[in-house]
Design a protein around this ligand. Structure first.
Ligand SMILES: Cc1cc2nc3c(=O)[nH]c(=O)nc-3n(C[C@H](O)[C@H](O)[C@H](O)COP(=O)(O)O)c2cc1C
Length: 215
């Protein structure tokens, strides 16, 4: 598949079937993650891959502690325009898709706290620095992982809600000081025909977000 097709076709998957992705396939996607650029090639990332009882244990920690750890008491914050409008658009589309699939809107949020019941979760751990270079590098690795997984027929969803209880999770996962949980990713095979995996997401036309100078 052409890389641009992979980029355009990847989407967040929120309903997974029960098949377990082979470990070698997950490792292949993680290896692709390691080919991301990083500041002076420091590769400030580590990956933690969980399934079975290990995954259930972290899900239980997030579900138990989420609402105490939520910084401002709201799940989605109050972004400025034009992000606010875009956020509302995707939330409306997601809720409409949930209704179509017979899923209670509250259930989507609850499921997101447990990686949408995906068979595998991957935490991307970043070194902490005095600036954002380590986070940027680890985010690049994470995006590589999402694209590699899509190219291999797997579905993913990058989930901020899974790292809100970072301190509890770090303790549980023996993640040392100087490292942070940057993101959690749900991983598995997309459930066929689930409306929540199919609703329309839009992008602002590239001309609206680009300035061409000196051309
Ligand atoms: C930093 C980040 C955090 C995200 N957190 C969540 C989340 O907590 N819950 C969720 O359902 N999706 C989450 N997503 C997925 C976005 O909702 C999704 O990428 C966006 O709506 C665009 O849709 P697409 O990925 O299908 O193109 C997150 C994505 C990013 C990049």
């Amino acid at each position: 598949m052409d890389i641009l097709d992979v980029i355009r076709q990847r989407r967040s998957i929120r309903v997974f079937d029960r098949r377990m992705p082979p470990r070698e396939l997950i490792a292949e996607c993680l290896e692709a993650a390691t080919w991301a650029p990083s500041a002076t090639n420091q590769q400030p990332w580590e990956f933690i891959v969980l399934t079975g009882s290990a995954l259930e244990a972290v899900n239980a920690i997030t579900e138990e502690n989420f609402f105490q750890r939520l910084p401002d008491g709201t799940a989605f914050g109050d972004p400025p325009e034009p992000m606010k409008t875009r956020q509302q658009e995707v939330l409306d589309a997601m809720l409409a898709a949930a209704e179509k699939g017979g899923i209670d809107p509250n259930e989507i949020f609850e499921k997101s706290l447990r990686f949408f019941d995906a068979p595998v979760a991957v935490y991307f751990v970043s070194c902490k620095g005095t600036d954002s270079l380590y986070q940027l590098s680890t985010a690049a690795a994470l995006e590589n992982f999402l694209l590699a997984a899509h190219a291999r027929g797997l579905g993913t969803c990058w989930l901020t809600v899974t790292v809100i209880c970072a301190e509890d999770l770090k303790k549980h996962l023996s993640i040392p000081e100087g490292r942070e949980l940057l993101g959690g990713v749900a991983l598995g095979y997309p459930a066929a025909d689930a409306p929540l995996n199919k609703f329309l997401r839009t992008r602002a036309p590239v001309g609206e977000v680009t300035r061409w100078l000196g051309f």
